[in-house]
Each structure stands twice: as structure tokens, then as C-alpha cells.
Ligand binder design. Structure first.
Ligand SMILES: Nc1nc2c(ncn2[C@@H]2O[C@H](COP(=O)(O)OP(=O)(O)OP(=O)(O)O)[C@@H](O)[C@H]2O)c(=O)[nH]1
Ligand SMILES: [Mg+2]
Length: 318
């Protein structure tokens, strides 16, 4: 090769490298979608096109919840890819895991965060990770994961409900879906569908009561991440409910409903104070005006009434 040709080739390579570097690195193609059963793919494509038809071409979802609730496993099951380690976050890991995938002109981004408990208290590390997940991002929906088979809402759960509201405002709860893992179980006391309703209502009421927010919708969706999840004749993973619900499309559809119902995605601002006013504090502020009302208005009024009565000879001394 002549020196000129070699120089030309080197320049071409450099130009190619520059062009590649300038190209925006978009999300990966959703490879796992193509490996799903055809029926599940069709249902998911329907959900995505439902959103696209409403002018929405992306959906970002943040998974939160206690350790072992099934956040990472659910993220993997939904994408049908092994993205997040279905094992506890490493203690030193703070960064949430982002998996963004593109399909049919739509981008779905799922963010996994570490468990929100440390002993009995809210984990600051977990909360900081959720903040990192929310920061500089438009979030359309949040999944609060818990296990379907755990029937206890205790004070540490309530502390988490409150901490999320304190750090992100009620906006986070307005767009939260309750996700229940370990969906394949056989309840002994109740038929499956009633069991699920009761469990969902239990968690929903606990959140509404703790936050004094009876209006919160908190729709729920059940998932089964186990490899032994039952399938239907189309090969779709199904729940043991009456309808034998194919849970992957149902789960994504529940998220899509939230994402399209609330038009504006949530934009977390680190500088803003979100903490809800403590209703007890508000009442405390009323103590002084109430006291003044009693001393300066009610007492003189009643005393005058009694004096007037005495003058008319109706009572004793004041
Ligand atoms: N059978 C069954 N096992 C599940 C299900 N979801 C999660 N698991 C298992 O439960 C364990 C915890 O699941 P993870 O997905 O790691 O839970 P996590 O919420 O990400 O936990 P942290 O990252 O520690 O906060 C793992 O061993 C999973 O394999 C489910 O739906 N069914
Ligand atoms: Mg995890």
C-alpha cells in the first residue's frame, strides 16, 4: 500500500470512529420480547401501541420495596432477560440498575433498587438509591413490591410508606402499583381470587391509613417469577386464578394504565422539600388561638350571661 493510500485509510477510520462517537447511544433492542410466547408478545405489543396511540413513546418504572420482595426477579421476568441479579444488592452498591429496552418505537425503562429495610428501620442506603433512580428522569410509574404470601403489615412497613412520602411527596404514591410476587400459591382458608383481593386490600388500606390518604388508587398486579410457574396452552406464564391470567401482559398493562392516566410523569427535584405536613403539628398550631378564644371571648360571654341571670334572681354567686 502506498503511503498516501495508508494515510487515506487512517483518515477514513478516524472519521468513522468520530461518526460512531457522535451517534446517540440509544436503548438496546428488547431481545427478550422475541423469545416470549407469541401470544404474550402480541398482548405486550397491544399494550405498547395503546400507549403510542395516546402519544406516549416511553415508560419509566422504578421498583421499590423491602429486601427479598421480588423486585429484581420481576424486572428480569418482565424483560425476559437476566439483567438484575436476583440476590441481595451488594452492601456497597448504591447505584440503581437501569434496564432500558426498545421495541416497536417504544422505550421501556425499568429501574431496580436495593431493599428499603435495615434491621427494623428504613435503610438510608436504600432510600438514597431510590433517589438516584428518580433523579434527572421522568418516572411514569412505581412498583411497590411485596410478597403475596406475607400477611403482616408492621411498623417497619409503615415507616417505609412514610419515608417514601417524605422523600418524594405523595406524587410517588399516586402512581404506585402494588406488585405481589410468589403469586403461585394455594391458600387454605379462602379461594385464590378472594385471597388475593384480601391481601391487596390489606396492604392498600395500610398505606392509605398510614399516609392519611384514602383517595390513593394503588392498583395491584400479581406476578410469579419462579421457574415452575404454570403455563397455558399458548406457553404463557399464568396465575392460579379463575381466569388463569397471563401475568406478564397484565402486569405491564397495569403499569401502562397508571402511566397514561397521570399525564405528567414525576420529576424528582433533590432541592425540594417534599415532607408532608404532620397533621398533629397542624393541630398543635390551633392550641393558642383556641385558648385566646376561650379566655377573651367565651369566658366573658358566659360570665355575663350568668351575671344577668343572677340579676334576674335565677342563680347563685359567680
Ligand atoms: N417462587 C418464587 N420465588 C421468587 C419470586 N420472586 C422472587 N423470588 C425469589 O425470592 C428471592 C428474592 O428475590 P429478589 O428478586 O432477589 O428480591 P429483591 O426484592 O430484589 O431483594 P433485594 O434486592 O434484596 O432487595 C430470590 O431467591 C428469588 O428467586 C416468585 O414470584 N416466586
Ligand atoms: Mg434485588
Amino acid at each position: 500500500m502506498t503511503p498516501q493510500a495508508a494515510m487515506l485509510q487512517a483518515m477514513q477510520r478516524q472519521a468513522q470512529a468520530q461518526a460512531q462517537a457522535q451517534q446517540p447511544v440509544g436503548p438496546k433492542e428488547w431481545a427478550g420480547l422475541k423469545d416470549m410466547p407469541a401470544k404474550t408478545q402480541a398482548s405486550l405489543n397491544e399494550v405498547l401501541s395503546r400507549m403510542t396511540s395516546k402519544g406516549q413513546t416511553e415508560m419509566t418504572v422504578v421498583f421499590v420495596g423491602k429486601q427479598g420482595a421480588g423486585k429484581s426477579s420481576t424486572l428480569n421476568s418482565v424483560l425476559n432477560e437476566r439483567v438484575a441479579a436476583a440476590a441481595p444488592f451488594q452492601p456497597e452498591t448504591l447505584r440503581p440498575l437501569l434496564a432500558a429496552r426498545r421495541a416497536a418505537g417504544f422505550t421501556i425503562s425499568l429501574l431496580d433498587t436495593p431493599g428499603l429495610l435495615e434491621g427494623d428501620a428504613v435503610s438510608q442506603r436504600g432510600m438514597s438509591s431510590v433517589k438516584l433512580a428518580m433523579k434527572d428522569r421522568k418516572v411514569h410509574a412505581v412498583v411497590y413490591m411485596d410478597r403475596l404470601d406475607s400477611w403482616r403489615v408492621d411498623n417497619s412497613d409503615r415507616a417505609i410508606f412514610k419515608a417514601l412520602a417524605d422523600n418524594f411527596g405523595m406524587d410517588i404514591w399516586e402512581r404506585t402499583v402494588l406488585g405481589f410476587s410468589h403469586g403461585q400459591l394455594s391458600p387454605t382458608q379462602l379461594p385464590y381470587d378472594q385471597f388475593v383481593e384480601a391481601r391487596a386490600n390489606e396492604l392498600r388500606s395500610a398505606i392509605r391509613d398510614t399516609l392519611n390518604a384514602p383517595h390513593l388508587a394503588l392498583p395491584h398486579a400479581v406476578v410469579e417469577n419462579g421457574s415452575r410457574c404454570a403455563t397455558n396452552k399458548d406457553g404463557e406464564k399464568v396465575l392460579p386464578d379463575k381466569e388463569r391470567t397471563a401475568w406478564v401482559p397484565k402486569f405491564v398493562s397495569t403499569l401502562a394504565d397508571v402511566a397514561t392516566r397521570l399525564l405528567d410523569p414525576m420529576e424528582f427535584d433533590e432541592q425540594k422539600t417534599y415532607s408532608k405536613d404532620d397533621p398533629n403539628k397542624k393541630r398543635r398550631l390551633l392550641i393558642l388561638p383556641m385558648l385566646a378564644l376561650q379566655v377573651f371571648v367565651l369566658r366573658p360571654f358566659i360570665t355575663n350571661l350568668i351575671r344577668a341571670d343572677i340579676k334576674k334572681g335565677k342563680g347563685g354567686r359567680v
